[in-house]
Design a protein around this ligand. Structure first.
Ligand code: TYD
Length: 136
C-alpha cells in the first residue's frame, strides 16, 4: 500500500509576474488519455459531494479557483487533503472512496477522467465498498 492516499501529480508551472499558468499535457506527465472532463462550481453553502468510489475509473482533480477538502478512504486508512490552485492534481485511482467537503464559495473543482460516465462503475454504499476491499 502507498504511504499516502493523496498522490499529487505536479503540473507544469509557467507562472510569472503576471500571474499563474499551470499546464497538463498528454505526453508530458498526464498518466492517461482524457475521455471526459467535468467541473463542480457554485456549490451551495454547507454542501458536501462525492461519497462514492469507482471500480475502474481513474481521475485527476484540481482546483482552478478556491479550495475544497478531499476526504479519502481506501477501506483501511482515512486521509484529508485541501486542494487549492497551484498544488497540482489529486490522483483518484480506482477503489478509493472520496468525499468533497468545505467548498469555498468560489471553488471551481475540475476533474479529468479516463472514461465516459458509467453509473455501473460507481460504488455508492460505503459498507459495500469496505466489504469489496476486504474481500479482494
Ligand atoms: P455524481 O458523480 O453523483 O456527483 P457527486 O459525486 O459530486 O455528488 O453526479 C451527479 C449526477 O450527475 C448523477 O446523476 C450523475 C450525473 N453525471 C453525469 O451524467 N455525467 C458525469 O460525467 C458526472 C460526473 C455526473
Amino acid at each position: 500500500m502507498a504511504d499516502t492516499l493523496a498522490m499529487l501529480l505536479p503540473f507544469v508551472d509557467r507562472s510569472d509576474s503576471r500571474g499563474g499558468l499551470s499546464i497538463i499535457e498528454e505526453g508530458a506527465g498526464l498518466p492517461f488519455p482524457v475521455r471526459r472532463a467535468y467541473w463542480v462550481y457554485a456549490t451551495a453553502p454547507a454542501i458536501s459531494r462525492g461519497f462514492h468510489a469507482h471500480r475502474q475509473l481513474r481521475q485527476i482533480c484540481f482546483c482552478v479557483a478556491g479550495s475544497v477538502r478531499m476526504q479519502l478512504f481506501d477501506g483501511r486508512k482515512e486521509e484529508s487533503v485541501q486542494l487549492k490552485p497551484g498544488m497540482g492534481g489529486l490522483m483518484l485511482p480506482p477503489m478509493l472512496w472520496h468525499e468533497m467537503h468545505d467548498f469555498s464559495p468560489d471553488c471551481v473543482l475540475t476533474v479529468l477522467a479516463d472514461a465516459e460516465y458509467d453509473e455501473s462503475d460507481y460504488i455508492r454504499d460505503r459498507d459495500q465498498f469496505i466489504r469489496y476491499v476486504h474481500s479482494s
